[in-house]
Design a protein around this ligand. Structure first.
Ligand SMILES: [Fe+2]
Length: 305
């Protein structure tokens, strides 16, 4: 797909909700205050459920301090900072996704969503880079497109900073050059393999903020970034395939999707009523993420009848 077509699709998307066009392929929308508060509360309740000793913390500062103190004793955090849903967090995780879905519904673009990548990720990025993680295949600190980890290049990255030191610990975005080639977005064994392509991009002078949702086309690149003495940051990230003008294809003809890693907005919007995200694994059970090409969970979408 050409850059021109990608920009055209973003023009259509932009018309649906109030937003700032940070760059031609990056939109920033201020989330309704009540909806963002609900997202923060459900995130805190979900994280609390992952803490040892039945702790229950909804205060942002206390939560971050506790997460720093207990970093090594929370088993369901991956080296990339993903707080992985487990059997004992099913209810809390569904509430969190439901709060996320409410934000999407408020933006009036359901009909432009072909399908979501599920489960969406709640992530903590501590102030210090996890050096062991940098040796893995897909550390989010390397400049990358999520398509390099195997997702459809026709997708859009969605990112919401929720808690923490976002000014010093955030995601940076990069704009493609005019000579962009679709071939640049093919999957790569590791993000570092895309280094030569990343050099062609220019960094966008932009710092994300809490309470704002960002939508970034996959032709752009991004990377987790920390400034010196940064504190931790908690955010949500996921992706969806954007329907392009004149494209009537079904999701499954776009990409060979991994089973159980796609859902419609309808499904996201019906969690708790018609559907439930179910995770069978306990904290003692880990999933092989197949070199970073599979989500580190075993998700089952249950239909409630
Ligand atoms: Fe990413």
């Amino acid at each position: 797909m050409s850059l021109k077509n990608r920009k055209r699709a973003f023009n259509v998307l932009k018309k649906r909700f109030r937003s700032r066009r940070v760059s031609s392929l990056l939109l920033e929308h201020k989330i309704n205050d009540d909806l963002f508060k609900k997202l923060q509360t459900t995130a805190a309740v979900y994280i609390s459920k992952c803490l040892p000793d039945n702790k229950f913390i909804t205060n942002e500062k206390k939560l971050l301090k506790t997460l720093e103190e207990l970093e090594s004793s929370i088993p369901n955090i991956t080296p990339n900072g993903m707080i992985v849903p487990k059997r004992h967090t099913i209810l809390e995780y569904n509430l969190l996704v439901s709060a996320f879905s409410d934000i999407i519904e408020s933006m009036n673009f359901n009909d432009l969503i072909s399908s979501w990548h599920i489960p969406l990720n709640l992530r903590i990025k501590y102030g210090e880079i996890n050096q062991a993680n940098m040796k893995r295949h897909h550390p989010t600190e390397h400049i990358h497109s999520d398509s390099w980890a195997g997702e459809s290049s026709e997708s859009v990255t969605v990112h919401i900073p929720i808690f923490g030191d976002v000014p010093n610990n955030h995601v940076c975005f990069y704009e493609p050059p005019e000579e962009f080639e679709e071939e640049w977005l093919k999957p790569r064994p590791s993000y570092i393999d895309g280094e030569e392509i990343a050099k062609k991009y220019s960094k966008i002078d932009f710092v994300p903020r809490k309470g704002r949702i960002l939508l970034a086309d996959f032709a752009g690149l991004h990377a987790s970034t920390r400034l010196p003495n940064a504190g931790p940051r908690i955010s949500i990230d996921t992706t969806f395939v954007l329907k392009r003008p004149g494209d009537e294809r079904k999701p499954e003809t776009i990409h060979p999707w991994r089973e159980n890693e796609r859902a419609s907005q309808e499904t996201l919007g019906s969690l708790g009523s018609d559907h439930l995200f179910y995770f069978a694994d306990t904290n003692e059970q880990f999933v092989d993420s197949e070199g970073g090409f599979k989500h580190p969970t075993n998700l089952e979408v249950l239909e409630i009848v």
